[in-house]
Design a protein around this ligand. Structure first.
Ligand SMILES: Cc1cc2nc3c(=O)[nH]c(=O)nc-3n(C[C@H](O)[C@H](O)[C@H](O)COP(=O)(O)O)c2cc1C
Length: 373
């Protein structure tokens, strides 16, 4: 196959190399995959309104996340078991993210230990974990991350209940265990068949957790807290009230609950609800620089990518992940300059449109469908 020229082609190359059940685990979504399809449909239906004769001679994609500099606002999402796609796994991903000048969020379900990944990392790293039934385990994990050099803690909130991922059930898929949980009494069960948490770990996650637990965590780690999985203004406001510094608007890549809105659809309500009290990031379906631009214009400070990192890893390890990240950076730069928006701060909602201007001036002839959201 010729070298991939976009992320969709990276996926096609990766699919040709991965075992079908591994490809399905990475690519798949929950149940009917309605939200998975909707996510792309929504991104594709948001149109751009480019402005001319703006000085775009020096585009600047740099920004900060929690005060930490990134050369462009695309971060690496937490995703378990990079070893599915390449033997160098998270060691390669961490080097690629650092080399590209951005942040990697390491999943607690990683193939290598969080300490090994920190050792390999060349840039800023954050650590993702869950709220465990055993609060001292939550604290111990956070402490290990802090000791190893991670500079923020990401709590994933949307994975307390097993998703129904039918591709995995059909394939009788088994998620690998993670060395981060070595020595813990993790009971094996059927959860692993459709869960991103490594084998047995679903039993450790606290299904009774409520907001005071998040606040307790904020008080028991010096690391700033980012929560992942927020999809409503109501929860966004609770984040701001309970010590959270960053929110990832996310439906877990449509892998948990099917028929939610696409994350990009609820981003504005979250941004408006927090009124600048927390930084807001977005993941889910980012495949093009124009997708990044759309999320930033709707108020995200940065976006994160999940599946594309696996496609890069499967194709070419560290250099594949780096190429995927740099492809998004280059596409974002092209889109920003063509829209007349030379900096991240210059992006706002006026660059976007969803309703065809034709609809207000023309009688649409029967049978003509003008795509609109
Ligand atoms: C193979 C795979 C494993 C994942 N594992 C985790 C995980 O361990 N923790 C977590 O918070 N999210 C996990 N996610 C969800 C991602 O962090 C992210 O929310 C999602 O992939 C974003 O959508 P995208 O893949 O369309 O970019 C995983 C996603 C994939 C594809």
């Amino acid at each position: 196959m010729p070298a991939p020229v976009n992320i969709y082609e990276y996926e096609a190359h990766a699919k040709a190399q991965l075992a079908p059940s591994e490809y399905d685990f990475i690519a798949g979504g929950a149940a009917d995959e309605i939200t998975l399809r909707r996510t792309r449909a929504v991104f594709d239906a948001i149109m751009l309104r480019p402005r001319m004769l703006v000085d775009i001679s020096q585009p600047d994609l740099s920004t900060t996340v929690l005060g930490q500099p990134v050369t462009f606002p695309v971060l690496v999402d937490p995703a378990g078991g990079h070893g599915r796609a390449h033997p160098d796994a998270e060691l390669a991903t961490a080097r690629a993210a650092g080399g590209a000048g951005t942040v990697m969020v390491l999943s607690s379900g990683s193939t290598y230990t969080l300490e090994d990944v920190a050792h390999a990392a060349t840039g800023t790293i954050w650590f993702q974990q869950y709220l465990y039934k055993d609060q001292s385990l939550s604290q111990r994990m956070a402490h290990r991350a802090q000791e190893a050099g991670y500079t923020a803690l990401c709590l994933t909130l949307d994975s307390t209940v097993r998703a129904k991922r039918e591709r995995n059930i059909r394939n009788d898929y088994t998620s690998p265990s993670s060395p981060n949980y070595a020595g813990l009494e993790v009971q094996d069960n059927a959860w692993h068949r459709s869960s991103d948490a490594p084998r047995g770990v679903n039993n450790l996650i606290d299904r009774a957790a409520t907001w005071p637990y998040v606040e307790w965590m904020a008080g028991h780690t010096p690391l700033p807290l980012v929560v992942k999985g927020i999809m409503t203004a109501e929860d966004a406001r609770l984040c701001a009230e309970h010590g959270v510094r960053g929110i990832i608007v996310s439906n877990h890549g449509a892998r948990q609950l099917d028929t939610t809105f696409a994350s990009i659809e609820v981003l504005p309500e979250v941004v408006d609800a927090v009124q600048g009290k927390c930084e807001v990031y977005l993941d889910g379906g980012i495949r093009r620089g124009t997708d990044v631009l759309k999320a930033l214009a709707l108020g995200a400070r940065a976006v994160l990518i999940g599946r594309p990192l696996f496609w890069g890893l499967a194709v070419a390890g560290e250099s594949g992940v780096r190429a995927v990240l740099e492809m998004l950076r280059d596409e974002l730069e092209i889109a920003m300059t063509m829209c007349g928006r030379p900096t991240i701060a210059s992006l706002d909602r006026s660059v976007l449109g969803t309703v065809s201007p034709l609809l207000s001036v023309l009688q649409t002839p029967p049978g003509l469908q003008i795509p609109s959201l």
